[in-house]
Design a protein around this ligand. Sequence first.
Ligand code: ARG
Length: 274
Amino acid sequence: MRIKKRGLFGILLLTLAFVLAACGGGSESTGGGSDSDSKESKNSGKSGLKDTYTVASDTSFVPFEFKENGEYVGFDIELINAIADEVGFEIKLETTNFDGIIPGLQTGSFDIAIAGITITDDRKKTVDFSDPYYDAGLRIGVSVDNKDINGIEDLKGKTVATRLGSTSADYIKKNIEGAEASQFEQLDQVYLAVENGSADAVLYDSPNVAYYIQTKGEDSLKLVGELYQAEQYGIAFAKGQDELVSKVNEALATLKENGKYDDIYEKWFGEKPE
Ligand code: ARG
């Protein structure tokens, strides 16, 4: 009887040891698998992340986001796609006028937004931001034959065109005496206003003014003055998605390390970042 019992106990122990060993082996191989960089394995056990996020961007902001042959392309579009691949989620892209982006994040219409959005303390009250992904500033563009405006001090009392809800609109109101900020919903209206003489100058994001003048606006506009008000762009998030924000920051750091960020940058700005 005693021997029998011991025998049974032994078998139980052996079984238990076997099961434990099998489990151990199993988790070891899973651990090994997650070292490979497939999307699925990165997000296995990802907890709170969704498979698809709604990403808002602007309708037109060269060279960050704009439509080409019916498709949205640009630096922001490629960067957010690279980040999504890295973290392991799909993107549902929605485009809207710039001034609708932050309200859309607040009401929950969008989860994420990438649109050359400057990180400001004021905006941080209503949305969260990733780490900065691009250094910008403001620049002035005037008509090619304008000889009077050569810098920010010459904008006093002038009509300055810019985009509705942008940091440059705030800048004009706060820093340029007597200037009228003529704010447009769409970017082509901003440049058109200077081209047709209804505004004296444009003050807007440096990479956008420079890019426009190098391309479409080559014969009509020129850059004057220097870079005003350094700004940094961040990816914006509806509040309450801390895990997603930290995964996106990790992905951004990885892309900067592995050279993919530099490749995308060079493609759209013609040079590597400094
Ligand atoms: N960076 C400026 C801001 O955040 C202008 C917005 C530029 N982006 C755009 N997609 N229009 O106010």
